[in-house]
Design a protein around this ligand. Structure first.
Ligand code: HEM
Length: 332
């Protein structure tokens, strides 16, 4: 085994591919409005392991060590659900990615091996004392996804535990214990004051075990910053002032969250996984269909959404950049 702090042991195991061929594109057509845009998750899998695995795990672990309250929160009664999540994820890791991970079970004595990082952990399933972190925190340190657990009780959903290293400007510490509608209360009225949030809550509460769902959320950000928490707004918020007509293509990124929802049959809660992808506008424009769709979406987007997503001050620069790119790619 390699030393624990060596985070790039087997980089060559993950095949590389250009971002433009693997980042999910969040738009179906030429317009975007809030809706329940969830679709059945055909793969049935939570995890997506990309070439960014090593740098993202390193960053995630660094944040968990340096800003623990911001990145990990749990209520005491989430412990059973946390074990259920750990089991679900370890089973998927070992069955879907046997080159990267293995899991040996000898009764309750389990050994989990991460071959990518050269790490091994033996523990007793169900006994938190045998792991260095709480189960959700432990397994989250091996996956790129942020992991949120929602308890379902009294006809509602409550945020009861989460590991969140890469938030799109929301606070886990602030939202801990909140119900679904309160969590969404900062979102514009088109979602939070129109009855849509209630419908989405009802939809999530009816999700069945073995029938997971997926949806994309998106925003725009400056520089490839994953950790856009409100608590460190002073570090990333001012970056938008750097955007000019000349640098917009390389400085501005589309941020896509691939969100997946699973019913946990044991605890009857919901596991909400969020995998965040970033792609610069220059890179995105290599796909001409995406370039055209994104341009049309932005032209048609209500100001209220651009304001909430935080890019209204430089939206015009993005639109002119895309307009020029489109002209160059199809002259006449
Ligand atoms: C089908 C399921 C869901 C839908 C349709 C949905 C919809 C939305 C929408 C439209 C936004 C605004 C995003 C933007 O404009 O950038 C949002 C934000 C958000 N959603 Fe959801 N959501 C879903 C599930 C969840 C779940 C399960 C959680 C778990 C905690 C969650 C937590 C959040 C948070 C924290 C925000 C940011 C709110 C803030 O500004 O503080 N969502 N959601």
């Amino acid at each position: 085994m390699m030393p624990k702090n060596s985070l790039s042991v087997n980089k060559e195991l993950i095949p590389d591919q250009p971002l433009v061929e693997r980042v999910p594109f969040p738009f179906k057509g030429n317009s975007y409005r809030y809706s329940n845009n969830a679709a059945s998750l055909e793969s049935g899998r939570l995890l997506d392991i990309t070439p960014e695995y090593f740098e993202e795990i390193e960053l995630k672990r660094h944040l968990l060590e340096t800003v623990p309250d911001r990145t990990y929160q749990s209520l005491e009664h989430s412990m059973e659900a946390q074990w259920e999540i750990l089991e679900m994820i370890m089973n998927e890791m070992a069955s879907a990615h046997p080159n990267y991970f293995s899991l040996n079970k000898d009764g309750n004595r389990w050994t989990f091996i991460n071959h990518l990082l050269g790490e091994e952990q033996t523990f007793t399933f169900g006994d938190a004392q045998t792991l260095p972190y709480e189960p959700l925190d432990f397994i989250g340190r091996h996956v790129q996804e942020d992991l949120i657990y929602l308890g379902q009780r009294d006809g509602d959903l409550y945020l009861e535990a989460g590991q969140l290293a890469f938030p799109a400007n929301w606070s886990l510490a602030f939202d801990l214990g909140m119900d679904f509608l309160s969590i969404h209360s900062p979102v514009p009225k088109a979602f939070s004051g129109s009855g849509l949030a209630e419908k989405v809550r009802g939809f999530i509460m009816r999700i069945e075990a073995g029938k997971p769902w997926t949806r994309f959320n998106w925003t725009i950000t400056v520089e490839p910053v994953l950790d856009t928490a409100p608590e460190n707004f002073d570090e990333w918020g001012h970056k938008k002032e750097q955007v000019t007509v000349d640098n917009v293509g390389e400085l501005v990124y589309l941020r896509v969250e691939d969100q997946r929802l699973f019913r946990l049959p044991g605890s009857n809660g919901i596991l909400f996984g969020i995998h965040t992808h970033l792609i610069s506008l220059d890179e995105l424009c290599k796909n001409h269909q995406w370039m055209n769709q994104f341009y049309n979406v932005l032209l048609d987007l209500p100001d209220e959404l651009a304001e909430y997503k935080g890019f209204i001050s430089y939206k015009e620069k993005i639109v002119s950049y895309l307009e020029n790119k489109i002209k160059i790619s199809s002259p006449i």
